[in-house]
Design a protein around this ligand. Structure first.
Ligand code: C5P
Length: 234
């Protein structure tokens, strides 16, 4: 049984890098909205999961109407986002009770597998970890550079590739831990939920992420995601 499972799905970004007329989470992918696909994969993994959807304030009505039009009736708590992702998560955590496991996931990572979601919740239910972060090793060679007058230059510093990992979402936490961590004042070093939890001394555990669980950020990412979806449908 374990703790109540809650998904906070982050979709309050403006998505300016995509250059589309709506934020990227609302774009179609294989004929369905990216955000809907992301929520549906969690529902297929954990049918009774509670969903908190974080949206740009101006898109709350748009999302409600899209759900109605797409016959997507799963109950969700809708929350308005904040100025940064940190502020958006903080708004959502106000709706989260103690005693739950919270998965915080980017709405623009729809290609995660059901298996990764289930395995991560199972690990959290085992009581052996306080927080679980999916990571991928760095595969390319790495150089530490700095930009000087518009030009990339060497810093002379070395990076040990075996120590560099890319963090994905969902990042899972005990609700009381992550709520306490998000009471810290905002800091620009908070790049994800793991960095906020770590700053508040929550012990982090790690598991293997998935290459296909990438964040759709650019038109190239969207084209790649389309190819993956159509190959899965064949
Ligand atoms: O901007 P970035 O790609 O890092 O955003 C990651 C996720 O966080 C996206 O799903 C985006 O919608 C969400 N986000 C948010 N509130 C913000 C900024 C980003 O919910 N203020």
């Amino acid at each position: 049984m374990g703790r109540r499972k809650i998904l906070i799905v982050m979709a309050a970004g403006s998505g300016t890098r995509m250059g589309a007329s709506v934020p990227k989470q609302f774009l179609p992918l294989g004929g369905e909205m990216i955000l809907k696909r992301t929520i549906e994969i969690f529902l297929s993994a954990v049918p009774d999961i509670r969903i908190i959807t974080v949206l740009p304030r101006d898109y709350l009505e748009f999302w409600k109407n899209s759900c109605l039009e797409g016959s997507f009736y799963y109950p969700q708590t809708l929350v308005s986002g904040g100025i940064t992702r940190f502020h958006s998560v903080k708004n959502a955590l106000r709706k989260v009770p103690d005693g739950a496991v919270v998965a915080i996931h980017d709405g623009v990572r729809p290609l995660i597998s059901k298996e990764l979601i289930m395995n991560m919740f199972t690990q959290m239910d085992s009581g052996r970890c306080h927080a679980l972060i999916p990571v991928l090793p760095a595969i390319d060679a790495l150089r530490l550079l700095e930009e000087k007058v518009g030009k990339l230059c060497d810093t002379g510093l070395q990076v040990n590739r075996s120590q560099v990992f890319r963090c994905q979402t969902p990042q899972m936490f005990l609700s009381e831990d992550i709520k306490a961590a998000y009471s810290l004042p905002f800091d620009t070093s908070f790049t994800d939920d793991a960095s906020v939890a770590y700053a508040n001394k929550v012990p982090l555990s790690y598991c293997d992420g998935e290459r296909l669980n990438f964040k759709i950020t650019s038109p190239e990412d969207l084209a790649l995601a389309e190819m993956i979806i159509s190959s899965r449908q064949r």
